[in-house]
Each structure stands twice: as C-alpha cells, then as structure tokens.
Ligand binder design. Structure first.
Ligand code: B12
Length: 261
C-alpha cells in the first residue's frame, strides 16, 4: 500500500507554465516594459489595457511633446510589445489582442494626421503582408512613415498572394517592394517572390520585415534587405533612390540602420 503521507505534492504535478504566468500580472509586466516617461507611458498603457476610448486624448497630449514618429515608436509600439508578451504567456487571448490592435490603430491614424505631407514624390514603393498572414500593424506603420517622407505607396494590404505581388511590381514599376511576415508559416513566400522577380529581370531591393524574419534569413535569398523597424524604411528608401542596389544596402546595413533608441 502506498503511503500518501510521505508524498510531497509540491514537488510533483507542477505546471511550470502556470506558475510562471501567475508570477507577474499584466500591470506588473506593463510597469516593467512601458516607457518611464509619463506621457509616453499613458499612450503605451492605452494599448496594453485596450483603452481605445482614452487613446485619442493621450496621443494628442503626447504629440505636444513628441514627434508623431516618436509617439508611434516609443509609445504605441512599446504597448503592443507588452500585448505580445502577455499573449505569448497565455495571459491575454485573441480578443484582447484584437481590441489592443484597434486602440493602436486609432493612435497611429492620429499620428499620421499630424505628419507633414510632402508634395513631390521621391519614389514608389509596393508594400504587402505575406500570403496567409493577417498581421498588418507594422506594415501600416511603415507605410505611414514612407508616405510622410515623400514616397508614393501602393499598399496591397495583407494576405497577398505571391503571384499578385509579382504582377503588381511588373505593372507599377516601383523603386522598392516590401514584405511583412509575422508567422513562421508565411515567411517562405519571400524567397519565392524574390526568385520570380529575378526571373522576370526585376532587380529592385525587396525590403522584408516582421517578427518571423531576421537579417540572416532575408539575406539568404536574392534582392532581400532586412528591416527591423518601421523607422528604417525611409532611411533605406532614401539610399535606394540615391542609387544603392540590394547588395550595397546589405554591405552598409549596420551603418544605415544605426538609429537612435
Ligand atoms: C496583434 C497580433 C495579432 C492580431 C493582428 C492584428 C493586425 N491587424 O495586425 C490578430 C488578433 C488578428 C492576430 C491573429 C493571429 N495571430 Co497574432 N499576434 C499579434 C501580436 C500580439 C502583435 C503583432 C504586432 O502587431 N506587433 C507590433 C508591430 C508594430 O510589429 P511588426 O509587425 O513586427 O512591425 C515592426 C517591424 O517588424 C517593422 N516592420 C514591419 N513591417 C515593415 C515593413 C517595412 C517596409 C519596414 C521598413 C519595417 C516593417 O516595423 C515595426 C516596428 O517598428 C503578435 C505577438 C508578437 N510578439 O509579435 C502575435 C503573433 C504574431 N500572432 C501569432 C499567431 C499564431 C496568430 C494566430 C494564428 C492565432 C490563432 N491561433 O488564431 C492568428 C492568425 C490567424 C490567421 N491566419 O488569420 C503568433 C505567430 C507565431 C509564429 N511565429 O508563427 C505571434 C508571434 C504570437 C505568439 N507568440 O504566438 N494576431
């Protein structure tokens, strides 16, 4: 007969994932991850706590102190980083993420309205999110920044078929094509697009971004140039219209993307 009195239940049947999750509440995690500056903190917290009713007022307040680009990069995106962490830990579920994404979207639109428009176009960019991928927040931010820096953007949206990207590039004849992938199941569209473009004699840089990809992956296929942040879009684009091809962008990548935090 098993003597249960001698069994220490604390040492068995332990769900380490649940133990980890319960360690930090969303409030504690947010307090650790959001910016220290009180104005930007409120903006980031509006995204974390899905306060789409207050996000407008807090973004307007932040825009009095910071540029629209900073409010996006240092406020709204920091909030979405926390949401991503909470989702990854199983504390937030998809509905939370969707409402947080709505709050983020409201904030980005407000920032966009405050960006200076540039009349003359510097160049044309075709943008898309990879086939099968619905994650378009980063692509939308990158589009806002490119437009505010004088680029004409042909935004193909999300979940775009490989063949459509290739046809649009052939038709629009842009200086740059971009792709965003946040899922490991969708990023494999990029090398296929690059191969098809090259086969048609198109050699423009293909800026690829999103949580699923990294620099090594993007540089493993022709045309690919990695971007870690939306703010790097205009920096790379300016060099492209100045005559840098994808090889030269790769060679100078570290120098070009060394932007302030
Ligand atoms: C928001 C979100 C959603 C939203 C998307 C809303 C939207 N309109 O985008 C919703 C709720 C719809 C969603 C759905 C799903 N999601 Co989701 N989602 C996220 C979350 C929490 C945040 C993503 C995000 O917007 N980040 C903020 C933006 C700003 O980051 P970003 O896009 O990377 O952009 C930055 C850079 O990459 C760069 N950038 C991006 N594009 C470009 C372009 C250019 C030109 C340049 C220069 C730069 C640039 O600039 C930005 C920063 O400055 C992530 C978690 C995470 N940690 O990423 C999961 C995550 C991406 N989702 C995930 C999953 C699995 C799903 C679902 C499949 C879940 C499910 N079981 O149904 C579904 C998709 C179903 C489908 N196929 O339709 C996984 C993917 C895992 C993987 N590796 O494959 C993640 C990583 C969560 C996780 N930890 O598991 N999701």
């Amino acid at each position: 007969m098993l003597d249960l009195k001698s069994v220490n239940f604390d040492r068995i049947l332990k769900r380490y994932d649940i133990q980890m999750e319960s360690k930090e509440s969303p409030e504690e995690l947010a307090a650790r991850m959001v910016p220290k500056d009180p104005t930007l903190r409120k903006v980031a917290e509006d995204v974390v706590f899905m306060r789409y009713k207050t996000v407008n007022d807090n973004v307007i307040a932040a825009l009095k102190e910071y540029s629209p680009e900073d409010v996006i990069e240092r406020g709204l995106i920091k909030g979405m980083d926390v949401v991503g962490e909470l989702y990854g830990r199983g504390i937030y579920y998809l509905p939370h993420v969707m409402v947080a994404a709505d709050a983020m979207d409201k904030g980005v639109k407000l920032c966009e309205s405050k960006m200076k428009g540039v009349r003359e176009t510097r160049g044309k960019v075709v943008m898309h999110v990879a086939e099968g991928d619905p994650h378009d927040i980063g692509k939308n931010i990158a589009a806002v920044l490119l437009k505010s820096n004088g680029y004409t953007v042909v935004d193909m949206g999300r979940d775009v078929a490989i063949a459509d990207v290739v046809t649009t590039v052939e038709h629009e004849k842009p200086h740059i094509v971009t792709g965003t992938a946040l899922m490991t199941t969708t990023m494999s569209a990029f090398p296929k697009i690059a191969d098809k473009l090259q086969a048609k004699g198109v050699n423009i840089p293909f800026i690829c971004a999103g949580g699923a990809v990294n620099r090594a992956y993007v540089e493993s296929y022709p045309l690919g140039v990695f971007a870690a942040k939306a703010i790097q879009g205009p920096v790379l684009a300016n060099k492209i219209v100045d005559g840098y091809d994808w090889r030269k962008l790769r060679e100078n990548w570290d120098k070009l993307t060394a932007v302030k935090e």
